[in-house]
Write a protein that binds this ligand. Structure first.
Ligand code: AQP
Length: 335
């Protein structure tokens, strides 16, 4: 029996090279060693307002992109979170065993409310922002996933999922939930914004020079990378380089797989203009085959819907089984 892996991505914008290098590339790699469930987490996306028509098309675009980067529906299950009502159902049951103090301590929640408060906008903070980690715990525990590959920013939420599972098990006196492991040994690169290398590249961050989308045409990729923020040095100096140059080198290394020695030999002393040209070409070369597959996949109008339907059918029995067990355990009514 292969161990079960669960991972998710939000349809909050066009997937970018940070998503690819930090997560998606690894998803495609590990799908042969694990029983993998990859979830487009649209219920998480709506913790912040999403324009409905845009969200609907982004879900399909993201599914197409996951197939294009190599997720193989014969080996992995691709599913949209909101198509399985048990995610939300289990989330409610888990909400009821989660102390609110645990949620208020989450650093991502604290950072988000601080950011919203300092933006002095009229936007109120939705309860979903606080409850988000419980929904994430439900995603994991619903499928009894043993392994959840996450970046550093999600590690605290995964610990919380373990705490919630433990609390449920001890409250109801049953070992109902499998304890998820916090990570896989392979960790992807963390890619920073091209316009501001102090913040991570994000789908929802505004600015045309911030992220390279996996769907950007080659000319756009070249333009964005040529405009990337560097520092006041004229050329690469590994001893003193700033975070912008480090980020460009990290992108190149992650796409090409060059080792540290090869990177130093090739780039030390290279002028920034040439560095950017080299990085842009390595990104274009890596992304072009993905874009070709994406074009093929989307040329068949029914294909993505069929994959998502099959995915939903495959995981539904698992989800129903967990929810039934939880209901019985809690004393809820079952037909
Ligand atoms: N810049 C990044 N570098 C490396 N990995 C990244 N990931 C996201 N940004 C980077 C990884 O991509 C996976 C899916 O991410 P997500 O959509 O679930 O959430 P996120 O981390 O919030 O992604 P974004 O792009 O920053 O989206 P928004 O703008 O909606 O917040 C995760 O495994 C994540 O670590």
């Amino acid at each position: 029996m292969k161990a079960r892996v669960l991972s998710g991505i939000q349809p909050t914008g066009s997937p970018h090279i940070g998503n690819y290098l930090g997560a998606l590339k690894n998803w495609a790699k590990i799908q042969y060693d694990y029983e993998s469930i990859y979830c487009i987490v649209d219920l998480h996306a709506i913790t912040q307002y999403q324009a409905p028509a845009e969200l609907r098309s982004r879900i399909v675009e993201l599914a197409g992109m996951l197939l294009a980067i190599g997720i193989d529906p014969k080996h992995s299950t691709l599913v949209v979170q909101s198509s399985i009502p048990e995610h939300a159902e289990l989330a409610w049951m888990l909400t009821c065993v989660t102390p609110v103090g645990w949620l208020e301590r989450m650093t991502q929640y604290k950072a988000k409310i601080e950011a919203l408060a300092s933006a002095a906008s009229e936007t109120s903070i939705g309860d979903g922002m606080l409850q988000y980690p419980v929904l994430m715990a439900a995603d994991i525990l619903l499928y009894q996933a043993g392994i959840v590959p996450v970046g550093d920013d999600q590690r605290q939420h995964l610990e919380l999922a373990r705490d919630i599972a433990q609390r449920f098990n001890s409250l109801y006196g049953q070992e109902l939930f499998v304890m998820p492991e916090t990570h896989l040994p392979t960790v992807g690169a963390r890619i920073m914004g091209l316009d501001d290398p102090k913040i991570k590249m994000s789908k929802s961050t505004a600015g045309s020079g911030h992220a390279v989308s996996l769907l950007d045409p080659p000319a756009t990729i070249r333009k964005k990378i040529m405009r990337a923020t560097t520092d006041s040095n004229p050329a690469v100096d590994f001893a003193t380089m700033g975070s912008g140059v480090k980020n460009l080198l990290a992108i190149h290394q992650a796409f090409t797989g060059w080792d540290d020695a090869a990177m130093k030999t090739h780039f030390e002393g290279m002028r920034y203009g040439d560095l950017k040209k080299t990085v842009a070409e390595s990104v274009v070369a890596a992304i072009e085959p993905i874009q070709q597959r994406y074009a093929e996949i989307t040329a068949d109008p029914g294909y993505i819907a069929r994959v998502l339907q099959e995915g939903a059918e495959r995981v539904t029995p698992l989800a129903r089984d967990t929810v039934e067990k939880v209901k019985r355990c809690m004393g809820l009514y079952s037909r």
